[in-house]
Write a protein that binds this ligand. Structure first.
Ligand code: ADP
Ligand code: MG
Length: 240
């Protein structure tokens, strides 16, 4: 999937959060990195059709996204979203959480939805958890079930906003390993992350977002080896 962002700007009232975002590339796997408050979540929400830019244009596979209700609904149907907090429904079991959007948003019948979910549970060692409620699961299991829910709808693009930030550190690895499997399956993804090892080793490309705009972008191998701007050098010094 190809994405093109042309002069995307976003302000909330008087405060400018994104200014002149320009980017064009095949997505494959992109990590968005940068200091907090830099606009990473805002950009991800615009790409996912959850927020409308104040100005600028976005094209997916060459097709202009108009940000009207119809194109936003289309966009969201093709995108899986994973947030920092797990966002599972507490009163539903793991299985019910995963099949709910399949049945209600995608009109899939229950046996097929259960089969799709069951395959994901099997693949990621979650089968014994399927009838448990979120409160009975570890943070890592909950987040992996959230990812399973986002992937079950067979999205064309997976967007993740700091999916490991709210977890105890011991669960980070299992969540990132799961993401890596979907990347290897060929699912396009954009992840906002502070896990620099994952950004460097598992993501093809990096967008460094700071001071309201993209200060650097490119192949991850190159970005980490030869950061150019003083802002990125300082950011990497601090975080690595
Ligand atoms: P990041 O994800 O890089 O930490 P965000 O995109 O969350 O950054 O936020 C960037 C800036 O935009 C912050 O200063 C934040 O306070 C502001 N902001 C984000 N969402 C809103 C909103 N809905 N209303 C007003 N300000 C917002
Ligand atoms: Mg954020």
């Amino acid at each position: 999937m190809n994405i093109e962002l042309k002069n995307i700007c976003k302000n909330f009232g008087d405060s400018i959060v994104l200014q002149d975002i320009n980017y064009e590339d095949d997505i494959n796997s992109i990590a968005i990195i940068g200091p907090s408050g830099g606009g990473k979540s805002t950009l991800l929400r615009i790409i996912g059709g959850l927020l409308t830019p104040s100005s600028g244009e976005m094209y997916i596979d060459g097709k202009k996204i108009n940000f009207d209700e119809k194109s936003l609904v289309m966009l969201r149907r093709n995108i899986g979203f994973v947030f920092q907090s797990k966002g599972l429904f507490e009163h539903l079991t793991a299985m019910e959480n995963v099949i709910l959007p399949l049945i209600h948003t995608f009109g899939i019948n229950k046996p097929d939805a259960v089969q799709t979910a069951g395959k994901l549970f099997d693949r990621f060692g979650l089968s014994r958890e399927k009838d448990k409620y979120p409160s009975q699961l570890s943070g890592g299991q909950q987040q992996r079930i959230s990812i399973a829910r986002s992937v079950a709808i067979k999205p064309k693009l997976l967007l993740l906003d700091e999916p490991t930030s709210a977890l105890d550190p011991e669960y980070t690895g299992e969540v990132l390993d799961m993401l890596n499997e979907f990347q290897n399956d060929g699912l396009d993804s954009i992840i906002v992350t502070h896990e620099m090892g994952f950004a460097k080793n598992s993501c093809d490309k990096i967008i460094f977002l700071a001071e309201n705009t993209i200060l650097e972008s490119g192949k991850s191998s190159k970005i980490f080896r030869e950061p150019k701007t003083k802002q990125l050098i300082r950011f990497l010094d601090k975080i690595l």
